[in-house]
Design a protein around this ligand. Structure first.
Ligand code: CU
Length: 168
């Protein structure tokens, strides 16, 4: 009888510490991962494919991985990397994208990107799309991402280039 009581006590204690640990996660939210310069390409008429680019900074003290991305606009969003094989540019799907502590990863044309398949309705410039990034530390980042035309994309890249030159 005494043993059962002890067992129950341990169970309750275990459960309580588990719950308090779980409670810590939302407090940590927003301070660990910063997403900037995000945009998504307008769909080309007659196609249902797009891609998205951004910079992700991991401000936490440990490596965090981007595991998946979800959005109402598409049932299938993948993390892709461009690689050169035999002089040919190819795309490879990544299962996850690790970002080291205090590091910043750039998703940019000809490099890492989010590939968006089966876009149900065309994406037009000036629209906003909601994307949610799911990370390995249980943090999800939801944001409104602007849709850019090729001209807007070029303009944005020029400003980003200027900004980066400014930093050095
Ligand atoms: Cu791709």
């Amino acid at each position: 009888m005494k043993n059962i009581y002890l067992f129950c006590l341990l169970l309750v204690c275990g459960l309580m510490s588990f719950l308090s640990a779980a409670n810590l996660i939302p407090e940590d939210k927003n301070s660990t991962l910063v997403v900037e310069q995000a945009y998504i390409r307008a769909t080309i008429p007659g196609t249902s494919i797009s891609s998205s680019y951004m910079e992700i900074e991991n401000q936490s003290d440990s490596t965090v991985s981007l595991l998946s991305v979800s959005s109402d606009i598409s049932p299938r969003i993948e993390i892709h990397q461009h690689i050169m094989t035999d002089g040919m540019m190819r795309m490879r799907k990544l299962d996850s994208l690790a970002i080291e502590s205090k590091a910043r990863v750039k998703l940019q044309p000809s490099g890492l990107h989010l590939m968006i398949f089966d876009v149900a309705t065309p994406l037009n410039p000036k629209e906003q799309v909601e994307l949610t990034l799911h990370f390995s530390n249980n943090v999800s980042v939801t944001m409104e991402v602007p849709v850019y035309s090729p001209v807007q994309e070029k303009a944005a890249q020029k400003t980003m280039l200027k900004m980066h030159k400014h930093h050095h």
